[in-house]
Design a protein around this ligand. Structure first.
Ligand SMILES: C[S@@+](CC[C@H](N)C(=O)[O-])C[C@H]1O[C@@H](n2cnc3c(N)ncnc32)[C@H](O)[C@@H]1O
Length: 280
């Protein structure tokens, strides 16, 4: 039986150059640029999982993964961190509802497109769907949720959550849920209006002309150069008067040079228009 990685790692061997070809190999197999992430974090995770599988030699670990698709799949599922929650950072959702949602709904008669890039297991997208359903505006909005992790997306697509995952928001979410055994599932009314995409944000093609893009709590795992690269890509998916919503603790250094207006600590718009034109 494999050791639990959470209980390991206190005495991890230091990363050495012998692991670099392994990192390249894994990135190629997964079609994911593992060098975009903060090096100490991705290396530590790899060493943890190698150790949990009983390997401290990259060549042997690679051979093991090549012969064990299931082990490779498990590792893949754990490389990126999919921690999330409904209405994560509640005060920002309050702000979104009070300050931004009404403006958005009044501004646009056309279908409004909101994309949650890196949506993990879907709570962020269902939070949006619930807000819109409360406002009876669900039919005016196209919701897209995407993530690289197929494992995370499977849960997102199913819309099924454990009672613990709903804690703190039960009263609000309950009208949109139906019981499925010991779990709760979002009703088809909500599930059917969300489009899910498996997508690597660094290489896949993007939804275009979005009114809002949420890319929350991914940048913190990326090094600065990759953060800038990603933000530039995301900008290309935004309408000129669109909004980019980042995580609460994510700070973009040099955002002006990236072509952004800072509207709030976590909120940006493309800087082609002045603030007065944007109505902020
Ligand atoms: C911490 S979760 C954030 C979830 C949600 N946005 C939130 O703030 O609660 C980060 C997500 O980014 C995804 N991710 C990491 N690298 C990615 C990439 N290159 N392309 C797309 N998604 C990626 C992970 O799979 C993970 O689900």
């Amino acid at each position: 039986m494999l050791a639990n990685p959470a209980q390991l790692g206190t005495d991890l061997p230091a990363w050495d150059a012998a692991w670099e070809p392994f990192l390249l190999w894994l990135g190629a197999v997964l079609s994911l640029d593992l060098y975009a992430y903060k090096p100490h974090q991705i290396r530590r995770r790899l060493l943890l999982y190698a150790e949990a599988a009983g390997y401290d030699n990259p060549l042997l670990y690679q051979a093991y993964l090549e012969q064990n698709p299931e082990a490779l799949k498990r590792l893949t599922g754990r490389l990126t961190i999919s921690t999330t929650a409904f209405f994560r950072d509640r005060e920002l959702w309050q702000e979104f509802k009070q300050d931004w949602l009404e403006r958005l709904l009044h501004r646009s008669a056309k279908p409004i497109r909101i994309w949650s890039a890196a949506c993990a297991t879907g709570q962020e997208v269902y939070s949006l769907a619930v807000l819109l359903a409360e406002r009876r505006a669900l039919d005016r909005v196209q919701l897209i949720g995407s993530d690289w992790s197929e494992r995370a997306l499977q849960q997102a697509r199913s819309g099924i959550y454990r009672p613990e995952e709903l804690e703190g928001h039960w009263d609000r979410l309950r009208p949109y849920l139906q019981a499925v055994g010991n779990h709760w599932q979002f009703q088809p009314e909500l599930r059917d209006c969300i489009e899910w995409r498996r997508q690597d944000l660094f290489s896949s093609s993007f939804p275009k002309s979005c009114d809002w893009i949420l890319c929350r709590n991914l940048l913190i795992y990326l090094h600065e150069g990759a953060q800038r690269r990603l933000v530039q890509r995301l900008l290309s998916g935004l309408k000129p008067d669109g909004r980019l919503w980042l995580g609460k603790s994510e700070r973009l250094s040099g955002w002006k040079a990236l072509g952004l207006n800072g509207l709030a600590r976590h909120l940006y718009s493309p800087s082609l228009l002045s603030s007065s034109q944007l109505g902020v």
